[in-house]
Design a protein around this ligand. Structure first.
Ligand code: AMP
Length: 214
């Protein structure tokens, strides 16, 4: 039913936009995470290109994310035979949650725990409370499987682009203000940065499960 786990290359950053922590590869163990989907409009990608060129003027070369989402868990390792019960647990807990509006319009710089990657993200302000409620349900499923829960004080965001290393210094300050101006002044940016969270997904290796919200 599942592809050979040996074909997973967890430390190949080109395959996952730099987000997955490098785990020692073990057969039958799947790097997995839970997230809300963000489907951007075409113009969103144009705005992202403007952000990239503004960052380049400050000496920072950013690589665009291949897909956009709001993480609702850390990346954890699921054993092959845990996947179905874990997804079922998520479905059982999330089937009562209604879809909700998210607005992600404030740029913020994030660094992964290993400090090997820096991300330019858009923080979600409207929708934060509902995302906390979803995370509290996801955390319960993770705890059932003795897995690490999410941040105590999460900053929910959509990562837009990333670069290697800890590059907070050149991105913060004047650069970030300029990037924020690109967003604020982009035509219809208020439309581009709002979306409904209507589906939670769980990705295990290269398999994706969908949990629709009400
Ligand atoms: P993501 O695109 O969701 O994988 O997020 C990019 C990085 O932001 C991840 O490697 C997280 O570890 C990192 N991050 C740093 N601080 C936070 C925070 N307070 N809440 C959520 N993610 C964070």
């Amino acid at each position: 039913m599942f592809p050979d786990p040996d074909i997973q290359h967890l430390d190949d950053v080109s395959k996952h936009g730099g987000r997955v922590r490098s785990f020692r590869h073990e057969r039958g163990h799947w790097a997995s995470y839970v997230y809300a989907v963000f489907h951007p409009r075409e113009e969103f990608r144009e705005m992202l290109e403007e952000l990239q060129s503004a960052a380049r003027k400050h000496g920072v070369t950013l690589t665009k994310m291949e897909e956009f989402h709001i993480s609702l868990s850390q990346t954890v390792i699921l054993r092959h035979h845990w996947i179905n019960p874990f997804v079922q647990s998520l479905k059982d807990r999330l089937c009562f949650v209604s879809r909700f509006l998210c607005v992600a319009d404030r740029l913020k710089v994030y660094v992964n725990e290993e400090k090997t990657r820096t991300f330019l993200g858009m923080e979600v302000m409207t929708g934060h409370q509902q995302l906390l409620e979803v995370v509290s349900e996801v955390d319960k499923s993770l705890q059932e499987f003795n897995l690490e829960t999410f941040y105590q004080n999460p900053s929910f965001h959509v990562s837009l682009a990333w670069c290697v290393g800890e590059v907070t210094e050149p991105l913060q300050g004047a650069c970030l203000l300029e990037l924020q101006k690109v967003v604020d002044e982009f035509e219809d940016s208020d439309v581009l940065t709002r979306f409904y969270a209507d589906e939670i997904r769980c990705k295990c290796g290269n398999q994706v499960w969908s949990v629709p919200l009400r």
